[in-house]
Write a protein that binds this ligand. Structure first.
Ligand SMILES: Cc1ncc(COP(=O)(O)O)c(C=O)c1O
Length: 442
């Protein structure tokens, strides 16, 4: 055992030392022994503008030299510039209010607090439940685990998690709802209304969902009518709709936000990873004046985190978004995502691939033992992790996902600067790695 295992990771299983990455540039990770690994996962579906851009590093250095830290209720030029850019170019109207956090979990947690405070301040203190969905991930804090549907990540922590109602996933491949109806009736969206009515709409504060489900389900895209139906149901019952776009936001799916594909504006929109593309830990919650007004009228605050709107993080995010605009990287994510999806299509005939799916540069394959019955591999085989390890051995890093009950998935989410030949390589290696993983299970 390498003695580095004694210091990292936190939970050491005594296996080989973790991969040590000493540099990252463009779409590449460089290890200490000089190996170059193609980052087909964008880290954790984070790196969108590519790694190692000097102009971002220069902005970070300047911002740190100018203003080290101010308490979050103060303004800084970096924060003002970022909010102005978000309003001008990125946020769906009328979401014009922005508050920041450091990561996705913190931001979703903050969105839940805002939803609750909104109702309390508007004189509806009985509204506290948050309806989440199965097969979802909203973060690793206790509140975000409580509203999420990632069973493996909740396991053992249940006594600490407040019980919130869970709606079924929108999972077209396994849909039980519309069987015999001759097509999709959006019954899984209507199930949310049934839950609302069962719980009593006057007790429900919000519904939270990922517009396109990230790694828990593997780039699961709902039918076009699903989000408009959700919007209509929540509005009719006075319930806030929270879109968790920590993974899908800021161009990842080929539109600014994934809700843009469906023509829906949520009440609260949460963004994370892509906001600073991995160059700084910053995330945000975006809301309309209407959502914030009752809180303002009651003279209440929304408590900040110490590192909310850190000046350097804001400056970095502003620069990252400027680069995205200048290089039309959202359009590029749509174009390269289309190419990636096309190339992945050949895996549809693979005996262990149930589906190839996704939008833009968030794509995934779902792996099964039997594609006719959709029988999964035994959980203990960790087929997604095996595939990712086989990929790493071949010089490409993919992102494993899935939970039980639920699918085994491998996600592909490279930086938007990826080229077509690099995509060809990603798909070739994914096919080989899947074959190697399945063969190793036997
Ligand atoms: C949809 C979604 N929400 C929340 C989170 C949590 O974000 P973080 O890991 O930055 O706390 C993630 C992370 O993958 C995510 O994909």
């Amino acid at each position: 055992m390498d003695d580095r295992s004694a210091v990292y990771p936190f939970v050491s299983r005594g296996g080989p030392a973790p991969l040590t990455v000493v540099r990252s540039e463009g779409v590449w990770l460089v290890t200490e022994d000089g190996r170059r690994i193609l980052d087909a996962a964008g880290g954790a579906i984070v790196a969108s503008i590519g790694h190692g851009r000097e102009e971002v590093a220069a902005v970070a250095a300047r911002a740190l030299a100018e203003t080290t830290f101010v308490v979050p209720p103060f303004a800084t030029p970096q924060r003002v510039a970022l909010v102005e850019r978000l309003r001008r170019h990125w946020l769906p109207k009328p979401l014009a209010r922005a508050v920041f956090a450091s990561g996705g979990s913190e931001a979703v947690d903050l969105a839940l607090r805002i939803a609750r405070q909104h109702h309390v301040c508007a004189g509806r203190p009985e509204r506290w439940k948050i309806i989440g969905r199965e097969l979802s991930y909203h973060g690793a804090t206790l509140a975000t685990l409580a509203v999420g549907g990632h069973r493996a990540r909740r396991r053992g922590l249940e006594p600490l998690l407040i019980e919130h109602p869970k709606a079924p996933a929108c999972d077209p491949l396994r849909c039980e709802h519309c069987r015999g109806a001759g097509g999709c009736t959006l019954a899984c969206a209507d199930a949310i209304e049934e839950i609302l009515l069962r719980e009593g709409p006057e007790t429900v504060a919000a519904v939270i969902a990922e517009p396109i489900v990230g790694s828990t389900a593997g780039a699961l895209v709902p039918p076009d009518g699903y989000w408009p139906r959700l919007r209509e149901i929540t509005k009719r019952h006075g319930v806030l709709l929270v879109a968790d776009e920590v993974m899908t936001g800021f161009g990842r799916t080929g539109r600014e936000f994934a809700v843009d594909h469906f023509g829906v504006v949520p009440d609260l929109l949460v963004g994370g990873k892509g906001l600073a593309a991995g160059y700084a830990p910053i995330s945000g919650v975006y809301a309309s004046d209407e959502v914030v007004a009752p809180i303002a009228e009651r003279g209440e605050e929304v408590m900040f985190y110490t590192y909310s709107a850190h000046p350097a993080s804001c400056a970095i995010a502003d620069k990252v978004l400027e680069i995205m605009e200048r290089e039309s990287l959202v359009a590029r994510a749509a174009e390269m995502g289309g190419y990636l999806h096309e190339r992945l299509a050949r895996l549809r005939d693979h005996p262990n691939v149930a589906e190839v799916r996704g939008r833009g540069l968030l794509q995934a394959i779902e792996i099964v033992r039997d594609r006719d019955t959709l029988e999964p591999f035994a959980e203990a085989h960790h087929v997604a992790t095996r595939t990712v390890l086989a990929g790493l051995g071949r010089g490409v890093f993919f992102y494993p996902g899935g939970t039980r009950p639920g699918p085994d998935v491998v996600c592909v989410g490279p930086p938007f600067t990826i080229s077509k030949p690099e995509i060809d390589r990603i798909v070739d290696v994914l096919e080989e790695s899947l074959g190697a993983a399945v063969a190793s299970i036997g």
